[in-house]
Design a protein around this ligand. Structure first.
Ligand code: FEO
Ligand code: CA
Ligand code: CA
Ligand code: CA
Length: 582
């Protein structure tokens, strides 16, 4: 990471202007083109039918691309520029946009519940292009294609595998959880596998609103659920109390082996995992950076026990099974310097196989990670989402999407935390981005320096900050969510929940050189959508996942708010889109 480099733009584009929030359009810079690669309901497995909103079935959906694609990655087949695997998370479903006349979960039919379940999880699909200058298309019956759903068998790895906390009637050994859902962001490992975060898993379980269990309270296992318990009783906590403990993990999928059993890595802890991204430490250990996306939750890091070995894939596939787990504490150095910055520590939760949290066993640290971290004085952040290390400058970027509750009181009259230097706004409706410099530029360091590179929102507002650059030069940006980097080390941010009256989008942010802090909008997604992915490919092709287009109050299949991707079906369909320079 100490390599000298020249800051500058990888992609040649003129920034677009923000697009009004009611617009049903997908906008790219002049001279750029876009096309969908694949959309919800497109058939990917043999025998699966074409998308037809009026002919859905669970069996059809199990062979079709899932709903609401979030994390997206493109992994070339070895030595090829014309063939690759596209892997996507299918985070959740919008039943009100999927089914005509849908009212609510309570009145959903069993068939609708099963279709919705089958639309969750992940999709793996091969894509091809005729040459490096032509757009990608997906391969309908490739032997790589795969759906992973709430019915797919997984295997636990790590110290909590087999823990008493993970056992259920169906799996008395606590080793083989079934299914994944709420898959939000993720990462692609240096050994060619895909990580995915199980985020809002709690909402899928029908649970009593009142509980005396501290972990159920802390994880929000107090929701009415989505009706899934009517077709699969394990989704009722009154039937299977520990089933929620089998979700909230980082999973790893090997897309090159469609028959492989995906893993849930207990070493990386259990919380509302936004995602995990891998960087290699100076000594070759694999480091996973992770956010827990909830207001007042934490940033974590895992450091593997073993080292990455170039070319030894079988060994590298075991790296996330054992290692050390830390949570971040950010300490400010005061406001006198007029900068939000300071030092930080990675507080140990589990190192050398030993719990470092008084009163917590190893399995308790890993299954009830939030409770363990609470006791250490970690810093409560404004919804930390994607956390990723810049492969060019070596710094780590944390997207804190928003939090408007600092300094308020909760339903029980208990005051919530106030501001701190790392979360400096009480009404943080637009979010900010933390930049971390690990000591000695080593991802395995236990201490770091930090600063806020962006405090997002309207540049005209006094409380915003853009890396020190003249605010007249920047595009407004709100609610940073997913981050990525281009080959020059520019930061790319996709947004979810723009509060400034515009649609969400994808933005390039310069983080080095005299233009540090320059934000330029690259694309804008249709009304109701959030921007996910993104992937800035070395060849200059950009991929974004357009999640929940047309998710607008009152919208339905008979009154859609968006027709994206404008394919003649008359319905909005979450899609993965490619954008390229003409
Ligand atoms: Fe699924 Fe934290 O966004
Ligand atoms: Ca300061
Ligand atoms: Ca997210
Ligand atoms: Ca999101």
């Amino acid at each position: 990471f100490a390599m000298p480099y020249a800051p500058g733009h990888q992609l040649d584009f003129d920034a677009i202007a923000p697009v009004p929030g009611e617009a049903d359009s997908f906008d790219v810079p002049a001279g750029w083109a876009w096309a969908p690669i694949i959309s919800w309901g497109d058939p990917i497995l043999p025998g699966a039918p074409e998308f037809d909103i009026d002919a859905q079935s669970p069996e059809a959906q199990e062979g079709q691309f899932g709903y609401n694609n979030d994390y997206t990655t493109l992994i070339p087949l070895p030595g090829r520029t014309d063939r690759a695997l596209l892997v996507c998370n299918n985070e959740y479903t919008n039943e009100e946009l999927m089914f005509r006349g849908f009212v609510d979960a309570a009145s959903a039919t069993d068939e609708q519940l099963r279709i919705s379940m089958a639309a969750h999880g992940m999709s793996v699909v091969e894509v091809r292009r005729t040459d490096a200058d032509s757009p990608w298309g997906y391969v309908r019956d490739s032997s790589f294609n795969r759906r992973i759903t709430p019915g797919t068998e997984f295997s636990f790895t790590g110290p909590a595998r087999g823990s008493r906390l993970l056992r259920t009637t169906a799996d008395p050994a606590g080793t083989t959880p079934v299914g994944t859902f709420g898959n939000c962001a993720g990462g692609t490992t240096p050994w060619g596998t895909v990580l995915s975060g199980e985020e809002n898993f709690n909402g899928y379980f029908a649970a009593p609103e009142e509980t005396d269990d501290a972990a159920e309270k802390r994880y929000g296992v107090t929701e009415p659920g989505r009706g899934w318990e009517r077709v699969d009783p394990r989704f009722a906590t009154t039937v299977e109390r520990q089933e929620p403990n089998r979700f909230g993990w980082i999973i790893e999928v090997d897309p090159f082996d469609p028959t492989s059993t995906p893993k849930k890595h207990t070493s990386l802890g259990r919380f509302k995992h936004e995602g995990a991204t891998i960087s290699l430490a100076a000594d070759g250990r694999a480091v996973a950076y992770m956010g827990d996306d909830e207001r007042f939750d934490y940033v974590y890091k895992f450091v593997s026990r073993e080292r990455f070995r170039e070319g030894d894939r079988a060994h590298n596939l075991t790296l996330l099974s054992e290692g050390d787990l830390y949570v971040a504490r950010f300490t400010g150095d005061g406001a006198e310097d007029r900068r939000a910055d300071g030092r930080g520590e990675w507080l140990p939760l589990l190192t050398d196989g030993v719990s470092r949290v008084p009163g917590f066993s190893v399995e308790e640290v890993l299954v009830h990670t939030r409770l363990a971290a609470d006791t250490l004085g970690a810093t409560k952040m404004d919804r930390p989402e994607d956390v990723e290390r810049n492969p060019v400058n070596g710094r780590v970027y944390v997207a804190c999407t928003n939090n408007t509750r600092r300094g308020t009181v909760d339903d029980e009259g208990v005051p919530r935390p106030g501001i701190d230097e790392a979360n400096p706004r009480p009404e943080n409706k637009d979010g900010h981005v933390v930049e971390i410099s690990e000591d000695l530029d080593d991802a395995a360091a236990t201490a770091f320096s930090w600063n806020l590179v962006l405090v997002c929102g309207d540049p005209a507002a006094a409380d915003t900050y853009f890396g020190g650059i003249d605010k007249d030069l920047v595009t407004p940006i709100s609610c940073p969510d997913n981050v990525a980097f281009d080959t020059r080390g520019n930061l790319w941010i996709s947004t979810d929940g723009n509060t400034l009256g515009s649609n969400d989008g994808l933005y390039e942010v310069t983080v080095d050189g005299p233009q540090r802090g320059l934000v330029r909008q690259f694309l804008s997604v249709p009304t109701g959508a959030e921007t996910c992915g993104p992937v800035i490919n070395p060849d200059g092709v950009v991929l974004v996942a357009v999640q929940h287009p047309g998710e607008v109050d009152g919208a339905s299949p008979d009154a859609p708010a968006s027709l994206f991707p404008y394919d003649g079906t008359g319905q909005p369909r979450p899609s993965v889109v490619q954008v390229w320079k003409v």
